[in-house]
Write a protein that binds this ligand. Structure first.
Ligand SMILES: *[C@@H]1O[C@H](CO)[C@@H](O)[C@H](O)[C@H]1NC(C)=O
Ligand SMILES: *[C@@H]1O[C@H](CO)[C@@H](O)[C@H](O)[C@H]1NC(C)=O
Ligand SMILES: *[C@@H]1O[C@H](CO)[C@@H](O)[C@H](O)[C@H]1NC(C)=O
Length: 470
């Protein structure tokens, strides 16, 4: 064969694969905790958000990134699939956003603050990060991405916009305030309208390719199962074991969203608006958890309060899940008594003890079984100095007595560096601040003291129980 023809063929192949594997210049993502790649962390760990502290991020990034996950989020996998760098949080300083940004923020809502305020729901919305706010942030960033209208049009036509999931926190705001599901259902069309309004604003800025995910089956969330579980069989889906009425709400939201997106597509025929079925993707885990064996070759951890589940291969006791705010935050708002306090470590431990008979029977069998299990304890008690660390019998010791051998005990971060505490407890005296860090000396001493006690307690436990590695 003529070498020049071969070369030509080779070049056209390269061109082809290039245009398929790198179709987007950038990805712009909007959303809530499910998309947030660290907007709450750009100014340092946030004291009220446990997700900005260890052990979050432990397995993949080896540090907390502000993601509500120990590893990557759905948006990270989408970004990787398109060969783009993981999206920096849009609030990051000195960052180039030409390859994309994530505007999603933990606690983000479809609706703006005013909507919740009108309905007396101020206290359950704790961040001004609605989709409207996020599109405002996008508008602020726009001049740094492109200049003339033609340039912007061309640039944004080569970008992917992922708008959502939105709605989860809007519904949380109602439920956490104890509102009736009828009232919530009556608001679904308004919340969906908030989402489509944001999508439309982005289209008017030049967005062409948009993916708009629906909400997850919220009736399967451990948090909902814990707070609103009834124990009555008829309230649970027979295939999923999840709370029926919440999943039906999520389903209703998604149907409405699809209908509205179809209308939008007809209004803007040059755009491509794709609905992403997060609900369908997630519910498969509940239909057939055994089909999704993951790392360690074990099934996904069932929520520990799910009824009729087999927990012999593990259970997730951390019911507050990824949106966990510290108890202190809820206490300040007079909400702790309503629901959060019972999710304390002590209570999780009680559940553990209740669950134990279903896991193993004899002392010997339990010792053997727990000896082969990994226990991740914490970080619990970050702000809670009533935590019985000084008690003669620590909670970890109780676990060890039950047979736990491998324990991971994360410490508390330096609270004297927390932006909130620096703002709330300023001191006129220079000597109250540490010279190297500028953080509040007293609070950091407290954190160091906490961690020293924890290390000491772990050491004592270790010498007492040499077979356990802590
Ligand atoms: C959100 O903004 C409104 C003003 O628009 C303000 O009144 C409210 O306190 C803010 N909420 C939070 C949680 O920052
Ligand atoms: C929390 O526990 C207390 C005491 O055990 C109980 O009275 C209360 O009803 C519980 N609250 C919830 C929401 O489970
Ligand atoms: C713990 O030990 C101290 C002294 O070592 C004792 O005064 C205290 O009563 C003990 N507390 C409990 C709960 O056993």
């Amino acid at each position: 064969m003529n070498p020049s023809i071969l070369l030509f063929l080779l070049f056209s192949c390269i061109h082809l694969s290039f245009s398929v594997s790198e179709p987007y210049t950038a990805i712009f993502s909007f959303g809530d905790s499910l998309a947030d790649t660290g907007n709450h962390l750009v100014n340092g760990p946030n004291p009220i958000l446990s997700t900005t502290h260890p052990p979050y991020g432990m397995t993949f990034f080896r540090r907390p990134t502000g993601r509500c996950s120990d590893g990557r989020l759905v948006i990270d996998f989408i970004t990787e699939a398109f060969g783009l760098p993981l999206l920096p949080p849009s609030k990051a300083h000195n960052t180039d956003f030409h390859q994309g940004a994530n505007f999603g923020i933990t606690g983000g809502t479809a609706m703006s603050f005013g909507y919740f305020h009108e309905r007396g729901l101020d206290s359950t919305v704790w961040v001004n990060g609605s989709l409207g706010d996020q599109v405002d942030w996008f508008e602020d960033m726009k001049p740094s991405l492109c200049s003339s209208p033609e340039e912007c049009k061309d640039y944004f036509s080569r970008c992917l916009f992922v708008v959502g999931e939105f709605g989860g926190n809007d519904y949380n705001a109602f439920f956490f305030a104890g509102r009736d599901i009828k009232e919530v259902r009556a608001n679904v069309h308004i919340i969906v309208g908030g989402i489509t309004k944001g999508v439309e604003r982005l289209i008017n800025h030049g967005a062409v390719d948009l993916v708009v995910p629906g909400v997850f089956p919220i009736g399967c969330f451990p948090l909902y199962m814990k707070l609103y579980g009834t124990g009555r069989k008829e309230d649970y889906g027979h295939r999923t074991g999840c709370i029926r009425k919440f999943n039906s709400l999520a389903w209703h939201h998604n149907e409405k969203l699809r209908t509205e997106l179809e209308k939008l597509q007809r209004m803007y025929p040059w755009s491509r608006i794709v609905y992403a079925d997060y609900y369908g993707a997630a519910i498969r885990f509940n239909f057939a958890p055994k089909d999704f064996a993951e790392a360690f070759g074990l099934p996904l951890l069932p929520p520990s309060l799910a009824s009729g589940q087999d927990f012999r291969q593990g259970a997730n006791f951390a019911v507050t899940a990824c949106t966990a705010l510290d108890v202190a935050f809820w206490e300040q708002r007079g909400l702790a008594g309503i629901f959060w306090t019972n999710d304390s470590f002590g209570v999780q431990l009680q559940w553990f003890e209740q669950l134990k008979p279903s896991l193993c029977n004899t002392v010997k069998e339990c010792k053997d079984y727990f000896g082969k299990s990994l226990f991740v304890v914490g970080e619990i008690g970050g702000n809670d100095y009533h935590f019985p660390l000084l008690a003669n019998r620590t909670l970890e010791e109780i676990l060890i007595n039950q047979g736990a051998v491998d324990l991971v005990l994360p410490g508390s971060p330096p609270s004297g560096c927390f932006g909130l505490l620096l703002t709330l407890l300023p001191s006129p005296n220079k000597e109250d601040y540490e010279p190297q860090t500028g953080c509040l000396r007293k609070l950091n001493e407290l954190s160091r003291y906490h961690n020293k006690l924890l290390r000491g307690a772990v050491r004592n436990l270790r010498s007492k129980y040499p077979e356990a590695s802590g």
